[in-house]
Design a protein around this ligand. Structure first.
Ligand code: G3P
Ligand code: CA
Length: 238
């Protein structure tokens, strides 16, 4: 089944990576994607950027704040799309709510060295078959697989089959290749399926991008407007 991952939740409509955004995403999609950082005092939190500046009224690196400090800082959305303010959630709060809800979760590692703590949290709160751990940095994925061989992982790639990414995924046991939508073709998807890889796109910015992912035959994608993709899929599959 195609997995629609509400990207940072339903982030076209709510402040990204907040519980309201995830709740709305869960109503529109069968997956949620989010980003994991660690605070100065070791709390795993859901936030995309390395710095607070773009979506809050504070400045500085998220890793330089303690959880006590961060929990008082509302996320208000990006400058061109302000949203209703909502708090930064912890990974644990998110997993307690969604880890056994049946929805697919894609957790992107945004810091080095958090692999084990994220896995521990997932194992504590989730049906692990519904969780995929992703990263752009291959070493983070490999660290996950060293700790838990067989864990579902996705490597986010930025260019056309970067570094021969497909062969690396097969060799290293990375279950999912995550190409940027602009680089995606039906031929690539077919080739990757034959290699036994799951194909999950990212970088959907327009409705044309979203349609392209489906038409190419991929297994899923992140999208900020999951309601539109759900409506398209219904029509496409009819
Ligand atoms: O689906 C992966 C996507 O979230 C990667 O990009 O920048 O939104 O974390 P980014
Ligand atoms: Ca992400």
């Amino acid at each position: 089944m195609f997995i629609i991952y509400a990207h940072r939740g339903a982030s076209s409509y709510c402040a990204e990576n907040t519980m309201p955004s995830f709740e709305m995403g869960a109503k529109m999609a069968n997956g949620i994607e989010t980003d994991v950082h660690i605070t100065k005092d070791g709390v795993l939190v859901l936030f995309h950027d390395d710095i607070l500046d773009n979506v809050t009224e504070k400045t500085g690196r998220i890793g330089d704040y303690t959880w006590e400090e961060l929990k008082t800082i509302p996320v208000i959305g990006r400058k061109d799309a302000r949203m209703t303010p909502a708090p930064i959630p912890t990974l644990e709060e998110f997993l307690i709510r969604f880890g056994k809800s049946g929805i697919n979760l894609a957790l992107e590692l945004k810091d080095d060295g958090i692999e084990e703590a994220v896995i521990d949290m997932v194992e504590k709160h989730c049906d692990i078959e519904n969780v995929t751990i992703t990263a752009f940095e291959r070493n983070r994925i490999e660290n996950v697989l060293k700790l838990r061989p067989g864990f579902k992982t996705g490597w986010l790639i930025t260019e056309y089959n970067m570094e021969g990414a497909d062969k690396i995924c097969v060799e290293k046991g990375i279950s999912e290749i995550c190409p940027k939508t602009v680089t995606l073709t039906k031929e690539l998807v077919d080739k990757w399926h034959k290699m036994g890889l799951n194909v999950r796109a990212w970088g959907v910015f327009t409705e044309d991008d979203m349609k392209k992912v489906v038409i190419c035959g991929a297994d899923g994608t992140t999208v900020n407007f999951p309601d539109k993709l759900a409506a398209f899929l219904k029509e496409y599959n009819a």
